[in-house]
Structure formats: structure tokens, C-alpha cells
Design a protein around this ligand. Structure first.
Ligand code: NAD
Ligand code: ZN
Length: 381
């Protein structure tokens, strides 16, 4: 089968690899029809992780079932399914509590750290930027879709990661109807956080970034864009909230935060977020803070140690939630919002391309080239 294979920093090829197949009785084999490129793939693509060459990416996957193992009884051949990016067993202590992002079974090497498809340090699971994907614990990890699955696959594939992750950021930040909410980052995740806040009935949603195309799109969905290359974003938020600060806020950038001149400052958005949110407000941090950059950022940041203004955070009595999204917790209700015509997360998509065009898509998305907001790859099916 064809897959998007990692060849080294900033290099992927679409190459023949061994077909994915049923290996255990509880496996489901899915023919992938939509698979997204994610900002999280870029950590690996840029060579910031120890992702091995020859492996393939892809943790945002949707397709139809072509084979099931003998131990699978809820999922059948022909079902259209979307796969949460977390790989989870469904029966360990964490899974039973809904913490499928920290499944204790799915990663043999670091049992506590959770697992994902096509990821560095997240277990052995191949990705879905390929024609076929083996889904372990298939009854648990497949979310079945309705009759509109194929037609609306560009919406439903966002259930694998960025729609639930954006929603999770707003849950961690306790976003409620009427709230004034600030989001750092207008990439796909920040966009979905802003969209989720709007769906929840937030009164005012402010989004900080500096890419004009992303900010324009954010404005189109009813959020207030703040361009931090022209204004101090903290001052802008205070001005928009009568000097008090937002009720809550989400960090959707991560350690790759940079000043608008391009200098990486892994603590920049985190500290700005603290100052943009009012005393006793809540913060949801879904941007990734586990960097391993051999060249770009300083040694402490390489270890994930970023200078956080804890004094300011403490003084303000704020709450903070962070980490990977437990996709399964949200993807069923979010699926039903899409099915009911109440949500269209495909709004983030700028490009739908055949799998073969993955190399150029990675290059443009990694450069954050104008107009490249989110790419869906479609293997032939
Ligand atoms: P992205 O790189 O496309 O978007 C990040 C955005 O942040 C860009 O638009 C960039 O211009 C902006 N940015 C950079 N510095 C900034 C600053 N100082 N102020 C404001 N904006 C700034 O990536 P994405 O796909 O949107 O993902 C965002 C983050 O979320 C990444 O770290 C990704 O790995 C992470 N993520 C986490 C989870 C999870 O489960 N927690 C899931 C998916 C993605
Ligand atoms: Zn993702």
C-alpha cells in the first residue's frame, strides 16, 4: 500500500510499504479515505522528535471498514468510521475513567504516557496517511458514522483530533455561555477552540495570531481577530474587556510560539495568556509542550522546561488544565452536532488533495504559507 513515509527532517515521500493487516482478533482494518495533516505532525516533520525514518504519519483518519478480526462484534465490514487519534484499550484504569488519552495498555514502552497513531514516543502504531490502517481494539476505537459519512467526510474527519481538541481546550478553560474568551493561536486547533467557544455561546471570543489569512477566517466565524504583529495582545484583550481581562482563555500554539519577528520563545503565549485572563479565570493549554529540538530552542526548552510566570498565575488565583485531548470523551456528541447540521468543522480546510501530493502539502503547511490552513489527503478508494 502507499503511505506518507518520513525520510528525515522536512522530507516525506509517498512510498510502497507493507499492507496493514489484521494482527489480533480485536483488530479492525480500515480503508482510509480522508486523513489530515496536523500541526502535531510538523513537530516530527521538522525533525524535532526521534520519529524514525521509514515510519509513516497520520493520526486524523476516517474511512470504511474492509475486514474485522473474529473478536470484533460492534463494527462490521462496510461501516464508515472515524478514529480518535488516541489509541486506547478501553478497559484499563484510565480508560474506564474516560482518560483514553492516557491508556495504560496501548504503549508498551511508556505505559503511563498514552498512545496515538503515527506518532513519536506514542507507541508502535503506524499512521493513517496511507491506504489502509490497522485499528487495535476496534470495537472501542472506531466511532461509527451515519449514512452521510462519505458525503460529509471532510467534516467528520475533524472528529479524530482538532474539533475535540479545540473543544477540550474550552472545557479545560470552563468556557460557558456569555463568557469573554481569549484564544492564543489561529491555527486549526485555535480555530476549533474559537468555534467551540462560539458553539457554547461565549459572548466575546478574541483570537491572537499574526497570519492575515487565518485572522480573516476567524473573523468570518464571528470571533474578534487580534494581530500581535501590530498590537500588544494583552493590552488589546484588556481594552476589549473593560480592563478586567477575559473570563478564560485557551493556549493553542505550544512551545513553537514565536515573536512576530520569528524568534522562538516557548513561554511567550503561556505568559501572555495568564496576563490576558482575569483574576480567578481558567486556562486550557492544549498546545504541545514536549519539545525535542536539536537546534532551534535552548536546552531547558528542549526538556520541556519553559520559564512560566508562576507568580503572576498564582497571584491571579487562576486554574489551569493541560495535556492531550481524550478524543473519545467528545467525539460522539460532536459527531451528532455535525450530523444535525449544527457544526461544520470542515470550515478550516483549505486544501483537499490526493495522497500523492503529500510532499508539497507538508511543505506549504509547514511554512504556514498564505491560504494553507488545513489539508485533507484523500488516498484513492
Ligand atoms: P499550527 O502550527 O498550524 O498553528 C499554530 C498557530 O500559532 C499558527 O497560526 C502561528 O502563527 C500561531 N502562533 C505562533 N506564535 C504565536 C504567538 N506568539 N501568539 C499567537 N499565535 C502564535 O498548529 P495547530 O495544528 O493549530 O496546532 C497547535 C498546537 O496544538 C500544536 O502545538 C499542536 O501540536 C497542538 N495539538 C495538541 C493536541 C492535544 O491533544 N493537546 C492535539 C492537536 C494539536
Ligand atoms: Zn492532530
Amino acid at each position: 500500500m502507499k503511505a506518507v513515509v518520513y525520510e528525515g527532517p522536512k522530507s516525506v515521500t509517498v512510498t510502497d510499504v507493507p499492507d496493514a493487516r489484521i494482527e489480533k482478533p480485536t483488530d479492525v482494518l480500515v480503508r482510509i479515505t480522508s486523513t489530515n495533516i496536523c500541526g502535531s505532525d510538523l513537530h516530527m516533520y521538522e525533525g524535532r522528535t526521534d520519529f524514525e525514518t521509514g515510519r509513516w504519519f497520520g493520526h486524523e483518519n476516517l474511512g470504511h471498514v474492509v475486514e474485522v478480526g473474529p473478536g470484533v462484534d460492534k463494527i462490521a465490514v462496510g461501516d464508515w468510521v472515524v478514529l480518535p487519534f488516541n489509541v486506547a484499550c478501553g478497559h484499563c484504569k484510565n480508560c474506564e475513567r474516560g482518560l483514553t488519552n492516557y491508556c495504560l495498555t496501548a504503549q508498551p514502552e511508556k505505559a503511563w504516557a498514552g498512545a496515538a497513531f503515527g506518532f513519536a514516543d506514542m507507541g508502535p502504531w503506524p499512521g493513517g496517511q496511507a491506504e489502509l490502517l490497522r485499528v487495535p481494539w476496534g470495537d472501542f476505537n472506531c466511532l461509527r458514522l451515519g449514512e452521510d459519512a462519505e458525503e460529509k467526510q471532510t467534516d467528520y474527519v475533524m472528529l479524530a483530533d482538532i474539533f475535540p481538541t479545540g473543544y477540550h481546550a474550552t472545557e479545560l478553560a470552563h468556557v460557558s455561555p456569555g463568557d469573554q474568551t481569549v484564544i492564543y493561536g489561529a491555527g486549526p486547533v485555535g480555530w476549533m477552540a474559537a468555534y467551540s467557544a462560539i458553539l457554547k455561546g461565549a459572548g466575546k471570543v478574541m483570537v491572537v495570531d499574526r497570519h492575515p489569512d487565518r485572522l480573516k477566517k476567524i473573523e468570518e466565524i464571528g470571533a474578534i481577530p487580534i494581530d500581535d504583529s501590530t498590537v500588544d495582545p494583552v493590552e488589546a484583550v484588556l481594552d476589549l474587556t473593560m480592563g478586567l481581562g477575559a473570563d478564560n482563555g485557551c493556549e493553542c500554539v505550544g512551545y513553537q510560539a514565536h515573536d512576530h519577528d520569528g524568534t522562538e520563545q516557548p513561554n511567550l503565549t503561556l505568559n501572555r495568556l495568564v496576563k490576558s485572563v482575569r483574576f480567578t479565570g481558567a486556562l486550557g493549554v492544549v498546545g504541545v509542550y514536549v519539545p525535542q529540538d536539536p537546534g532551534g530552542v535552548d536546552d531547558l526548552a528542549k526538556q520541556g522546561i519553559v520559564p512560566f510566570d508562576f507568580g503572576e498565575f498564582w497571584f491571579r488565583g487562576q486554574a489551569l488544565g493541560s495535556g492531550q485531548c481524550p478524543v473519545k470523551k467528545y467525539n460522539r456528541p460532536l459527531r451528532d452536532l455535525i450530523a444535525g447540521g449544527k457544526a461544520t468543522p470542515s470550515q478550516v480546510v483549505s486544501h483537499e488533495l490526493p495522497l500523492e501530493q503529500a510532499p508539497e502539502a507538508y511543505e506549504h503547511f509547514d511554512n504556514r504559507d498564505d491560504g494553507w490552513t488545513k489539508v485533507v489527503l484523500h488516498p484513492a478508494y
